[in-house]
Write a protein that binds this ligand. Structure first.
Ligand SMILES: Cc1cc2nc3c(=O)[nH]c(=O)nc-3n(C[C@H](O)[C@H](O)[C@H](O)COP(=O)(O)OP(=O)(O)OC[C@H]3O[C@@H](n4cnc5c(N)ncnc54)[C@H](O)[C@@H]3O)c2cc1C
Length: 425
């Protein structure tokens, strides 16, 4: 029997993981991507003559499917994962604190690390531990996270020195816009299920290298080719209409594009059981890339408190990437202004940089870095009402918020739903 032909639309992590899963089930995969780049939001490109990521991406050890995806692409050795949760935190005037998991079972491993967290006084540390102890209750809360924290007696100090630097970047939204249940899920997975789950990881190579490796065995790669429409014929067989090319029919399709693009491609998404595609709020992230003359700093990455720059990552000696999450207030500022703002912030916080000079800078802005479902919106599953069409994307229902882990999980589930329907295997 000939191998089934499956089209995947969108070469982000969701589309790529669907493609790998389909390939391992014996399909011929035809990947359509409107950009010339592979990787979607998790890619890299040249800026100011250097290859930079479209924003710093980190994962935690509990992101098991993302790690497996990179291994499947043959790039596993290019991922760094901390041996244990260990995070440096800088204040705006250069004071350093450190949160470091102890070798104890969860949650004691974390509680113990708070005992040495210098950026909070004793009472504040105990208040944070108290709130963390009741985090399981927040899993079922209807409140936003700011309100939930206030009800648990969290004061400004705890919010700025712990909750904001960890939760705002993790969910890419201000605490008032984050559902307490979502924040609790992240904290629960990271700190309570397994003592090693919160270990930070990142790619040691530009993200595009991983994504290109994942795409290597795809049968047909149509880059710079937007799909304008998907239709279903009378026998239920789907076809895609690529821009500037003939319509092509396939045994099945995975649509791995963000919600608004999906609505455009499907025309009538309700027919697929996918209502409410306009109920996802795009949330911006800005990254400011700074090249300085100070050489290597003594840390890989650190959080900043009381600063629009929440995290800094040392990409290589003399190059740091500053990440600004939930960046609505900053996303329209001119590039020079953003570079100056970030440089001033990191120089104040990192004493080694106080006498350094800036050699070069670049800014990557993503007005639609992540998608936040509006309150009460139920995210769709990957299987649709049309059995030969599945959807994928970090915004779909995976049990994870809009992250690389969610994207990979959605792609695998979408591909498996087609396999289960026996259209493709
Ligand atoms: C700056 C930034 C920082 C981030 N940091 C982190 C982080 O630290 N950790 C983390 O886990 N996540 C992070 N994320 C989120 C993460 O990148 C996304 O969750 C994930 O990459 C989404 O993958 P996806 O495949 O679902 O969607 P996308 O990556 O958006 O892929 C969709 C693809 O579909 C293509 N497409 C759209 N319409 C069409 C069409 N009509 N025809 C053909 N192709 C089309 C798009 O060009 C795109 O390539 C960050 C995102 C950004 C932008």
């Amino acid at each position: 029997m000939a191998a089934p032909d499956v089209a995947v639309v969108g070469a982000g992590l969701a589309g790529l993981s669907a493609a790998l899963e389909l390939k391992s089930n014996g399909c011929r995969v035809h990947l359509y991507e409107r950009s010339r780049l592979i990787g979607g939001r998790a890619t890299s490109f040249e800026v100011a003559g250097r290859e930079v990521d479209n924003g710093q991406h980190v994962f935690l050890a509990c992101c098991t499917e993302f790690i497996r995806f990179v291994e499947r692409a043959g790039m596993g050795e290019n991922l760094y994962l901390q041996p244990r949760f260990d995070v440096l935190v800088f204040t705006r005037d250069g004071e350093r604190g450190r949160l470091r998991a102890m070798r104890l079972p969860p949650p004691l491993h974390l509680a113990a690390s708070f005992l040495t967290y210098r950026l909070l006084n004793w009472k504040a540390r105990l208040r944070v531990i108290g709130a963390l102890r009741s985090i399981k209750d927040a899993l079922h809360s209807e409140q936003n996270f700011a309100a939930w924290l206030a009800d648990r007696g969290q004061r400004r100090d705890e919010v700025r020195a712990f909750w904001e630097p960890f939760i705002v970047p993790a969910l890419n939204a201000p605490l008032e816009r984050i559902a307490a249940s979502d924040a609790a899920l992240v904290l629960w997975r990271a700190f309570f299920e397994d003592a090693g789950a919160a270990r930070f990881g990142f790619a040691r190579v530009p993200l595009a290298h991983i994504m290109n490796a994942a795409a290597r065995n795809i049968d047909e790669l149509h880059l710079s080719t937007a799909v304008l429409a998907v239709d279903i014929d009378d026998d239920g067989r789907p076809s895609v209409q690529p821009a500037g090319a003939e319509r092509r029919s396939y045994d099945a399709i995975v649509l791995a594009v963000p919600p608004r693009q999906l609505a455009k491609v499907l025309h009538n998404s309700a027919q697929y059981g996918l209502p409410a595609l306009d109920e996802y709020e795009p949330m911006p992230i800005i990254d400011v890339h700074l090249w300085h003359d100070r050489g290597a700093l003594d840390f890989d990455f650190a959080a900043l408190i009381d600063s629009p720059v929440q995290w800094i990552f040392q990409k290589e000696a003399g190059y740091i990437c500053c990440s600004v999450s939930a960046a609505e207030q900053y996303v329209r500022l001119p590039t020079d202004e953003l570079a100056t703002l970030a440089w001033d912030q990191v120089r104040a916080a990192v004493s080694e940089l106080s006498i350094a000079s800036l050699r070069n800078s670049a800014v990557t802005r993503n007005p639609e870095a992540t998608y936040l479902p509006k309150h009460g919106v139920i995210r769709p599953m990957q299987r649709t009402r049309r059995s030969r069409v599945a959807v994928a994307g970090s915004w779909t229902d995976t049990g994870w918020l809009d992250t690389m882990e969610s994207a990979v999980r959605s792609g695998i589930t979408a591909a498996q739903s087609l396999v289960l329907e026996r259209h493709v295997a």
